[in-house]
Design a protein around this ligand. Sequence first.
Ligand code: SF4
Length: 504
Amino acid sequence: MYTLIVETSTNLPNDVRRAIVKAKEQENAGTTAALALGTISKNISMADYNVSPICQDTGMPTFEIKVPVGANQIEMKKAIHEAIDKATKNGKLRPNSVDSLTGENSGNNLGPGTPIIHFEQWEKDEIDVRLILKGGGCENKNIQYSLPAEIEGLGRAGRDLDGIRKCILHSVYQAQGQGCSAGFIGVGIGGDRISSYSLAKEQLFRSVDDVNVNENLRKLEEYVMEHANQLGIGTMGFGGEATLLGCKIGALNRLPASFFVSIAYNCWAFRRLGVTLDSTTGEIKEWQYKDGDKIDFSQDKSEVTTQGKKGREVVLQAPVTEEQIRDLKVGDVVILNGTIHTGRDAIHHHLVEHDAPIDLNGQVIYHCGPVMLKDENGEWHVKAAGPTTSIREEPYQGDVMKKFGIRAVIGKGGMGPKTLKALQEHGGVYLNAIGGAAQYYADCIKKVEGVDLLEFGIPEAMWHLRVEGFAAIVTMDSHGNSLHADVDKTSLEKLSQFKEKVFK
Ligand code: SF4
């Protein structure tokens, strides 16, 4: 189980690698989306090489296990718990299990409901274990529809294939770049609210390359792939050609009174693998999702470069001045040097009512919950450090920036009108880093200078990190411009073009 967990966290399956290569071929050279895909490829190869987490959000470990009659599920659960604990101690998983009432992090990824383990009996002698590590950013973009419904941009969706089509297209639109697009979706039709969502997640265990045996669903999957990629959302929501990399749909019977369509959205960092085990020895007999050649992204010649891009490249040393920030425009690439400070949900909540542990005037806040390891000398090391979804801080961000004089925030997925207004009034900027590129950014961190508020847990503490060559894109500036608002508007217009009934 330990081998399966480490491999899943650090090594993307072959079908997902193929889909990412396809996205790169689809994308236009010299665009921000192409730059993002270049960073993603580099990150995948760094995770391979370092055997380190592809993304710092190692997600909710979900195991789907098929066992022969008589297999001892209690022993198997114990083995999984031990492996999870060990993988967390070794920095292969971030401590991600938080008490919902107290906010306390269990520290080892174990706790009520964590990990998720489902057993099912089958007739075979061997054991089949599949694991998915699905991060919070994309989990938050899951959505469930109850038909009939009025769908934004698409009008009335009835209880038929065409209504389902509208729900699925809308689910891709509403995710924008916040689930670290380009993404994959699993769709569950029918069932009750719970089984519909479960079915959607189960679809994510299907290989990206498989073909649906149900003719109607096959057609629908193909339709969605073609049309979702015309929405122009692109990688990270920067605008572009590659928005959706896979769509798998399943159906269950339903009650006459209910009609649910549930969508499970998964980011490009689609970490799922499986093993077939000898039920007597526990030995791995075969790996799942490793068919075909493994694409080695270290051989990828597309450089992470800003050459040919529309915006400028601006080198900044933190702390920064208001004048430097006012000079930045949407589309510029900022290369940041100096010290930056992590802050996510708990820190923002704290800063609204308390003083900051350090002087934040002119400083840069990084929305990030890193994977950290302490060595035997008590020194901290960064194992993975990509951006987290920024929109969660929307209620606090503008006030916190003004209160402490913060000039820049780095995150992913963009923020809303309240923050945009604050950036304009105060002289601030939002920098979009590439979601999931946790190895790429960890490499830019040259020193951990300290930590405050560690009592909030490792991901939520305020880490002071010295960076060199940390690249991020200006997507919201101090002149009232927001790339996120623009892409949202144009993609909604494109979505509205698919209003006409297609499936009769
Ligand atoms: S790639 Fe993005 S959505 Fe996926 S786990 Fe990482 S931060 Fe979350």
